[in-house]
Write a protein that binds this ligand. Structure first.
Ligand code: ADP
Ligand code: MG
Length: 483
């Protein structure tokens, strides 16, 4: 829990998130128009999306499948009957004058997800509901100095709105929530989770209260925050803002705000008094959505392995620590990559090479694991070379660097460079003898009690052998000779 010290005492914050996730589907929620990202403006608009008179919406079954699967991924109750409502408001990018959404009877009810915190603990956050709704179009203000243009490609695209309970207490928890939710959606395949392209965006609800106080304070809602970094920054700013107001004797007005990404502050958009009366009512063009219990059960049974289950399995099967397992399952591609590397290898060693060396290299290159310059097969081969003592872990790092640069296979590199570890005991023996003879004075010092010199001898032998002496064999032999 994040505690903030104010002028008059200690404060805590309460956060609830409403996440809009664009559903992965070729066509829109109620029309056959395409949903591909990046098309020319108004090239993916059906008569339904443009709200021509007399057009009727027809539900896209794929979107229902995705919502149900996601509901299961959130350990939530699936409502076999749900209702689509019209949410009425006027906006230029909303040609119908209403958005089809779900209000009192959403498709998914209460559930939960477990978030993984930086200190290794986890916390359960309640999910209030998940409902289906249409996205609106886009108003483009930067195309002309005077006019606003409207692009309806996004109009009618299916969204899941996923609402959490007000149970997060700081920026880290909110970030962990979004990360976990995104991972679940990606594993299920119901949303690509791409926040840069706007496939996932969050409304952040936040209130503050004195430490230990049970009653919730008045909240403000920060709309459409589109990156985890911005979510965290907006939370820190907004909590501070509210505390300062209350400490100065003021009260918090319940209002909608936005996060200004250049000024790094939240700004009022509209107050709750000006809030819309959306005049929700059931859409007369659509019947209640009734799901067959057996059909729903089939979807549950066909669910893929989800992040928490995968984490448990990686820990059991490969002996990984919770921290490494959490890092790996956060990204499905990373988990798959790891399993391909670990196949037939020591799991911990494989995890170390993936999470430390490879992730470090990818970070420097600014690349995703899907574009890794080193394949899983190649990295697995490298781990194999360490395991069978062909090379030491030290030399493996050099091999890894060459792999990054040239894309060559590790065995070929070791062969070409002559980097095989010296396991020939006779050769190591001779190298040790030479070094001990060269440093007779140090040997005497060692024998008179200067233990620290052992490392010096190891270093010298390593240097003499080009780093190729097998470290364990070298240690054993050296100890024997010095005793
Ligand atoms: P609305 O429909 O007006 O957006 P909801 O009651 O559905 O209001 O709440 C929306 C979100 O706000 C939820 O995620 C909820 O957890 C969160 N929330 C509600 N009350 C508070 C509060 N006092 N402080 C922080 N978050 C809150
Ligand atoms: Mg809201």
């Amino acid at each position: 829990m994040t505690i903030i010290k104010g002028r008059t005492g200690e404060w805590e914050m309460v956060i609830g998130l409403e996440v809009h996730a664009q559903i992965t589907s070729h066509s829109k929620l109620f029309s056959g128009a395409s949903t591909t990202f990046g098309a020319d403006p108004n090239h993916q608009v059906s008569l339904v999306d443009a709200a021509f008179p007399g057009m009727l919406p027809v539900i896209n079954k794929q979107c229902v499948v995705q919502a149900v699967k996601t509901g299961f991924g959130l350990n939530a109750h699936i409502n076999l009957e749900s209702v689509f409502d019209r949410k009425n408001y006027f906006y230029p990018d909303l040609p119908a004058g209403y958005q089809i959404s779900q209000y009192q009877k959403p498709i998914v009810g209460k559930g939960y997800l477990d978030i993984d915190l930086p200190d290794g603990t986890s916390k359960r956050i309640g999910i209030t509901r998940l409902h289906l709704e249409q996205d609106a179009g886009k108003s483009l203000h930067d195309q002309s100095p005077k006019d606003t243009y409207v692009d309806l490609n996004r109009a009618g695209v299916a969204l899941m709105e996923i609402v959490s309970e007000p149970e997060m207490t700081g920026p880290e928890e909110a970030a962990a929530y979004v990360k976990k939710l995104r991972a679940i959606l990606q594993y299920i395949g119901s949303c690509d989770g791409n926040m840069e392209e706007g496939s996932m965006r969050a409304d952040v609800n936040l209130s503050v209260r004195r430490k230990g106080e049970k009653k919730l304070g008045t909240r403000c809602e920060i709309k459409n925050v589109n990156s985890i970094r911005f979510i965290m920054a907006a939370i820190e700013y907004e909590a501070q803002r509210q505390i300062e107001i209350v400490e100065a004797g003021g009260t918090i007005a319940q209002e909608t705000r936005l996060w200004d990404t250049t000024k790094h502050e939240t700004r009022a958009l509209r107050s709750k008094e000006e809030a819309h009366d959306y005049r929700y009512f059931p859409d007369p063009d659509l019947l209640p959505l009734r799901l067959d219990a057996a059909w729903v059960e089939d979807l549950r049974r066909a669910l893929p392995e989800l992040p928490d289950a995968k984490k448990e399995r990686l820990m059991q099967q490969y002996g990984l620590k919770a921290y490494d397992a959490t890092t790996l399952v956060a990204d499905q591609a990373a988990a798959d990559f790891f399993e391909a590397v670990a196949k037939g290898r020591d799991g911990k060693l494989a995890a170390n090479w993936v999470t430390v060396e490879l992730f470090g290299a990818l970070n420097k290159l600014g690349r995703e694991i899907s574009h890794s310059p080193i394949s899983a097969t190649q990295l697995s081969e490298l781990v194999g070379l360490i395991e069978d003592n062909t090379i030491s872990g030290r030399i493996a790092k050099d091999v890894f660097e060459v792999m990054l640069e040239t894309g060559q296979n590790p065995a070929a590199i070791v062969q070409e460079k002559g980097w095989q570890q010296m396991t020939d005991m006779g050769a190591i023996d001779a190298a040790i003898d030479a070094i001990l003879a060269q440093h007779a004075d140090k040997v005497a010092e060692y024998k008179s009690g200067k233990d620290k010199l052992f490392g010096f001898f190891v270093g010298q032998v390593m240097k003499a052998t080009g780093g190729k002496a097998n470290p364990a064999a070298l240690n054993d032999l050296l100890k024997k000779k010095l005793s």
